[in-house]
Write a protein that binds this ligand. Structure first.
Ligand SMILES: Cc1ncc(COP(=O)(O)O)c(C=O)c1O
Length: 445
């Protein structure tokens, strides 16, 4: 495929070994890292310290929604840091108020709290739920199997995957898991202590699985009936990644049309979607700052003042700097209609991934997701003809092969290759990515 950005800068000093050594000696080895030392980025491309260029279809795990080194983000950082970086939440600052207003405008009547990460945003929602049920002795939060809600102690208790809990028992009490997209199971799991249900609109780490409109609507009705809070974790699938600000807005649009985009097997069913569907709480992070750390939660109006003065806080939450960047990210997404790009390019990419599934069924099972939160589901490792007998999962081996061809993607689970690229990815770049992915698939067939 033709080069679509200028050649990388001249060879940079190759610090690969020295950086690896610094990590080996000084950095807690809690991450399984790929053998890449990255130096800088530009748009949808990253460069390693040897000058090799990679098309970044992972965007720092759904974070760098405007790609790398976007001048608007750099400009906002420079401009705001000249004025004010941090003052603490003992005082009012304009950027935090304005960002809250922009988020409320995009979600619905309510208020926002600012934090620094997705896990911390979810922690805030867990506390909100506990406060809501406290006087009645209700505290239990139901979350879904295969969900992911962060790595804090409450986050791993909430996460419906054993691998994040192992070695850290006993778990924080008050969390139980229910099968995803199973309304009857949710109803059956309720106990007198249940105070909230938390789900992702599209399960990300769990393998790119969208909720059905029936599930969202059914959970809303169930929560209303039982006076339970419906909490949504929009950390990974939010911020226009699905083509709407939040994934539930996309899934429920036009009577559930969004879900048909996610799964073509669902045809022709229309749902009476109340125009005012809202969760009671929603967490955000990742793309919110386009790479600058910021998390937030929104809480629906009736519950917006539950966390009164002194009940919840964080030193760095909603600094003028973080909020100025997040405001700029929203502005660029709006000006450049990146919601439309996520929708259209997502559809194009998904069709291409589906084509690969049809052409190489011995390697690819199906394409998953909607908008620009996509996954390529591989068949079981043992059944893929060209996969080396290795203790590495099929997804990991696939991602490694793509690195060799200069494309970055992210494994999810054992068999899914995740693609949450920048929202401003170009068609040519998407084409380049698909060509490389097809090369790897073909080599395995
Ligand atoms: C759905 C979801 N919730 C929460 C988190 C945790 O966010 P963070 O890593 O910023 O703490 C993640 C991170 O991948 C996520 O995907």
């Amino acid at each position: 495929m033709k080069e679509i950005v200028p050649s990388p800068p001249p060879l940079i000093h190759n610090q690969f070994e020295s950086v690896r050594e610094l990590f080996a000696k000084n950095v807690v080895p809690s991450y399984g890292r790929f053998d890449l030392v990255l130096s800088h980025g530009e748009g949808s491309y990253l460069f390693d310290v040897a000058g090799k260029r990679y098309l970044d279809l992972g965007a720092g795990i759904a974070v760098c929604c405007l790609g790398h080194a976007h001048p608007a983000i750099t400009g906002a950082l420079v401009e705001q840091s000249r004025k004010l970086i941090h003052v603490s939440n003992l005082y009012f600052t304009e950027p935090q108020g304005r960002l809250a207003a922009e988020l409320v405008k995009r979600i619905g009547p309510g208020k926002c709290f600012f934090a620094n990460s997705g896990a911390e945003a979810n922690e805030g929602l867990f506390k909100l739920a506990r406060k809501f049920g406290h006087d009645e002795g209700r505290f239990e939060i139901l979350t879904a199997t295969n969900s992911f809600h962060g790595r804090t102690l409450a986050g791993i208790a909430a996460t419906g995957q054993d691998k994040v809990k192992k070695g850290f028992e006993p778990m924080t009490p008050g969390f139980r898991h229910i099968p995803f997209n199973d309304l009857a199971a949710a109803r059956a799991a309720l106990s007198p202590a249940t105070v909230a249900i938390m789900i992702e609109g599209v399960q990300g780490e769990g393998g790119i699985t969208p909720a059905t409109p029936e599930y969202l609507l059914g959970l809303r009705a169930l929560c209303d009936e039982k006076k339970i809070l419906l909490l949504m974790d929009g950390v990974q699938d939010g911020h226009y990644r699905t083509g709407k600000f939040q994934s539930f807005q996309r899934i429920l649009e036009n009577g559930g049309e969004g879900r048909r985009a996610a799964d073509p097997n669902i045809q022709g069913r229309q749902h009476a979607v109340p125009p005012g569907f809202l969760p009671d709480g929603l967490s955000m992070a990742k793309s919110l700052g386009g790479g600058f750390p910021i998390g937030a939660f929104w809480v629906r109006a009736p519950f917006a003042d539950l966390l009164g003065p002194g009940t919840h806080a964080t030193t760095f939450g909603g600094t003028p700097l973080a909020c100025a960047v997040a405001l700029k990210v929203l502005e660029v997404i709006q000006q450049e209609r990146l919601d439309e790009n996520a929708r259209k390019l997502g559809e194009w990419l998904k069709t291409e991934l589906e084509r690969l599934a049809t052409k190489y069924p011995q390697v690819v099972r199906r394409a998953r997701g909607l908008g620009l939160i996509l996954g390529l589901e591989l068949v079981e490792k043992e059944k893929i003809p060209g996969l080396a007998a290795s203790d590495k999962t099929a997804a990991l081996q696939f991602v490694n092969r793509l690195h060799q061809l200069g494309v970055m993607t992210i494994p999810a689970g054992t068999q899914i290759v995740r693609l949450p690229p920048p929202l401003n990815l170009k068609l040519q770049e998407a084409g380049e990515g698909i060509a490389r992915i097809e090369e790897v698939v073909k080599s395995l067939a």
